[in-house]
Design a protein around this ligand. Structure first.
Ligand code: NAI
Ligand SMILES: N[C@@H](CC=O)C(=O)O
Ligand code: NA
Length: 816
């Protein structure tokens, strides 16, 4: 036999009942007897309880009662053919008449005892199961309406009665014997005491009825039909990537439910669990989905962690003092005092020094807990062997549950590094000795971030998400977003990486969307939904969203944006930037940033600061971490100037070639920064600092290539005009070099702690002679590469190569 339990939503509407009928008929095809246990229509139990309370207060109840009646009548009319309707409606009408009489009595008396409340509330199950029986019969099912009060026997603890299992088993056996071949439709949740008074079974009561029936009849399985696909890896309202679990052990289900997963209420399933009866959670609204099977054994395959559950609000209670150290009965006294005060202790941690014990309890239990502790330890408190219990509010517990976790080395490492990288502060930790769960206490405002980052880290989540905030949508920024759009599928399939673009800003507008801004239509979203840009608010909002794996990408050339990195690091953001400004500020800031990055365990990647997408910074790091020593760096690192010298051959003026470099996207937002040598000097400074030299920008010697009138031009347009005027000067430079069979090269050198950038004429023998386009070239002379320096060469400016370098840095963040 199989027991099928249907919850309130499964019987809540004509549509869901149609689905229920199909499910029952399909289950019957397996040639196994079927028994149904059903709840009241969704919402009816609560309404009945409300009506009885209101009646006791002398309030009018007839409208509320009529609403419930109408709901049942409408279902009958929608689902039953006219010829079957009368009988069903008549039966229901009798129930509603009884209910009306009862409520009238309550109103007249002005009070409702727990016994009367149980009697009233029972009509919810009576009416729903009665209706269902008629509907099933019409569909050819040999359904028998079964009022559970005839066989589920309890004590008289109304509201949450204790079941007399022996008597119940016996009565259930007799009932099923008498109804062989039929499909009983059993009212869940309700029972009766020895005197025949109606009782109810408390929270999860219908699950309990199903478990009792399953256990008494040694059912092949108990199916719990509800409105979700089964137990999920986490609460899907908090963790978007949560997915349903195929299999759980009884212990895992109990543990997950303790921490808030409300799919079934396992304590009520104990009768079935005790007899090893498999439980299956299925979705009435998605009946082809297999759901979650719950059995005695943990599954051998699949993830070690089964679920991440949480209790949103707990308070922390700490007791400390020398009075505890080495005192044997201390914990015993503490916990029995709390138990006597009916305080449920959710989690306990004790330092091995035994100097303090921290407990997590429900916030509403705090006053009782403090009172109990103060009473029990009055003497110790008076003599200051213990200090007053410390209460801290605003915490949540996150629990990672899985029976196979105990075999998994490194799991807690993963758990805590995920929390650390997301900047979640852990206030207490507890691992059950069963190793079935690891619980951590976090600030409530970090709960969603904690759940999401741990879910990503512990489940072989098909994709990892980076939550990205992009500042700057010009030449580089727009190209990066285009590349992200083009490669998003590749990133998902090959790197299991999803880039969730949460915020975009330029100097005019800014927009956010926690669920993700489209990589295809970000421009429209920015234009249509964007607000006027304000950097401080953009940063505030990014921080306030408190998302795991947050990355800030700076594609501006702005000093203001660069100034925000430190704060972002401290808020656990990683930063990827092509903007050199931050790394070129004071050395003390540069140094402090590195410390902050290390302290918060975030990433700070800026490969494109030097040579755009060319792997220069990473190569330098690799040389240094492998113990090499840089003796000399020689480089051409201005793509703009390289392009100009390669293209300025006589056919066009110098200014025309500079304009082309700007059009091609090689120059800085302001091309004067390139031509003045400043941009190149910044790159040399960054290289020098990365090798460990504590240098400042003014320490870099710059030999200018521009005459003074160009250097001092106040605007970009004026600058171009001055360049035109200075054409003879540039032509002379070029011609002198050509006469000596040489080319113009602007070369940076770092040697013996000194950094310079100078204009040279290079002959064919010079390693930097052969360059084309915007080529950069860099040669590292090191201990290992002393005779034959390591050389990197290629296009060192331009939107495509730079954006690709930024993208590679972003992927590197994900890989950490
Ligand atoms: N062009 C190239 O080949 C390379 C450029 N870079 C760097 O890329 C950065 C950007 O260069 P481009 O894209 O060419 O510049 P761009 O002028 O085309 O774009 C700059 C963007 O930053 C935005 N912006 C400026 N200040 C802002 C603020 N306070 N708040 C928000 N947004 C702001 C602007 O609105 C614009 O969208 C620069 O730092 C440059 O040094 C780095 C390597 C190579
Ligand atoms: N403007 C720079 C490119 C970015 O760093 C250059 O011309 O090299
Ligand atoms: Na680079």
């Amino acid at each position: 036999m199989k027991v099928l339990k249907f919850g309130g939503t499964s019987v809540g509407s004509a549509e869901s009942i149609n689905s229920l009928v199909k499910i029952v008929k399909e289950q019957q095809q397996t040639n196994q007897a079927v028994a149904l246990v059903c709840s009241a229509l969704s919402g009816v139990t609560n309404t009945l309880l409300q009506l009885v309370t209101e009646a006791a207060e002398g309030k009018e109840f007839s409208i509320g009662l009529k609403t419930i009646e109408d709901r049942h009548f409408e279902i009958v009319k929608a689902l039953l053919e006219v010829k079957y309707q009368n009988q069903a409606l008549l039966g229901l009408k009798l129930y509603f008449n009884e209910l009306e009489e009862l409520l009238t009595g309550v109103k007249a008396l002005g009070e409702a005892s727990a016994r009367i409340r149980d009697r009233v509330v029972a009509y919810g199950e009576l009416c729903s199961n009665y209706t269902l029986t008629h509907v099933l019969k019409q569909h050819g099912v040999n359904a028998v309406f079964a009022d559970a009060r005839q066989f589920i026997k309890t004590d008289s603890n109304y509201g949450k009665a204790a079941v007399n299992e022996a008597l119940t088993n016996q009565l259930l056996s007799t009932f099923f014997e008498q109804h062989q071949g039929a499909t009983p439709v059993i009212t869940g949740f309700i029972a009766s005491d020895q005197c025949g008074n109606t009782t109810t079974l408390g929270r999860g009561g219908s699950d309990y009825t199903a478990a009792l029936v399953g256990a008494a009849m040694s059912a092949a399985e108990v199916q719990i039909w509800t409105d979700v696909d089964g137990f999920m890896t986490a609460d899907p309202r908090l963790v978007k990537k949560a997915f349903p679990l195929k299999h759980l052990s009884y212990n895992e289900a109990i543990e997950l439910s303790f921490f808030g997963a409300k799919v079934v209420h396992p304590p009520t399933m104990l009768p079935a669990i005790a007899k090893n009866i498999p439980l299956v959670v299925r979705n009435t609204f998605n009946p082809t989905f297999p759901g979650t099977a719950i059995g005695a054994q943990p599954s051998v395959n699949g993830s070690l962690v089964k679920g991440i559950s949480s209790i949103p609000a707990v308070s922390m209670l700490s007791i400390q003092g020398g009075g505890m150290v080495g005192h044997k009965g201390f914990s015993g006294r503490l916990f029995s005092a709390l138990a006597h005060a009916s305080v449920n202790v959710i989690l306990i941690t004790q330092a091995s020094s035994e100097y303090s014990i921290t407990l997590a309890v429900s916030p509403e239990d705090v006053p009782a807990a403090v009172k109990a502790i103060e009473a029990e330890f009055e003497y110790e408190l008076l003599t200051q062997k213990l200090s007053k219990p410390l209460v801290e509010e605003g915490f949540s517990v996150m629990a990672v549950v899985g029976e196979n976790m105990k075999q998994a080395i490194g799991l807690s490492g993963k758990l805590f590094s995920a929390l650390g990288r997301s900047g979640v502060n852990v206030s207490a930790i507890a691992q059950g000795s069963s190793e079935l769960n690891i619980s951590v206490v976090v600030d409530s405002e970090d709960l969603s971030k904690a759940l999401n980052s741990v879910h990503d880290a512990l489940f072989l989540s098909p994709v990892r998400t980076l939550n990205v905030f992009c500042c700057g949508t010009g030449n580089i920024g727009a190209t990066l977003l285009k590349q992200l759009e083009q490669h998003q599928e590749h990133l998902q399939s090959s790197r299991h990486l999803k880039v969730n673009l949460v915020g975009v800003s330029n100097s005019r507008k800014m927009v956010w969307n926690r669920e993700g801004i489209s990589l295809t239509s970000w421009q429209e979203e920015l234009l249509e939904q964007g607000e006027q840009s304000e950097l401080s608010r953009f940063i505030e909002q990014a921080v306030a969203l408190n998302l795991p794996n947050s990355v800030f990408i700076d594609n501006t050339g702005s000093a203001d944006v660069a100034k925000t990195y430190r704060h972002l690091f401290e808020q656990s953001f990683s930063v990827v930037t092509c903007n050199k400004i931050r790394n070129c500020g004071s050395f003390s800031d540069y140094y402090k940033d590195k410390q902050v990055v290390r302290k918060y365990g975030v990433d700070y990647f800026f490969e494109t600061n030097v040579g755009a997408g060319l792997p220069i910074i990473n190569t330098l790091h690799d040389l240094l971490i492998s113990g090499d020593r840089v003796l000399k760096i020689e480089a051409i690192l201005s793509g703009t100037i390289s392009f100009i010298f390669n293209e300025y051959k006589g056919a066009r003026t110098f200014a025309e070639v500079v304009r082309e470099a700007q059009q091609k996207g090689f120059t800085e937002p302001d091309p004067r920064d390139d031509l003045s040598g400043l941009d190149f000097a910044r790159k040399m400074l960054i290289l020098a600092r990365e090798t460990g030299l504590p240098v400042e920008l003014q320490d870099v010697q710059i030999h200018p290539i521009l005459p003074e009138n160009c250097v001092s031009a106040p605007t970009v347009e004026a600058f171009y005009q001055e360049l035109e005027k200075s054409e003879p000067y540039f032509a002379k430079l070029k011609d002198q070099a050509a006469a000596a069979n040489k080319v113009l090269r602007y070369i940076g050198t770092l040697e013996a702690g000194r950094v310079k950038v100078e204009l040279l004429n290079a002959g064919p023998e010079h390693p930097f002679y052969n360059l084309s386009g915007s080529d950069n070239i860099i040669s590292f002379t090191t201990d290992r590469y002393r005779l034959n320096p390591m050389v990197i060469k290629g296009p060192g400016a331009g939107a495509e190569v730079t954006a690709a370098g930024v993208l590679a840095d972003l992927v590197r963040v994900a890989a950490q």
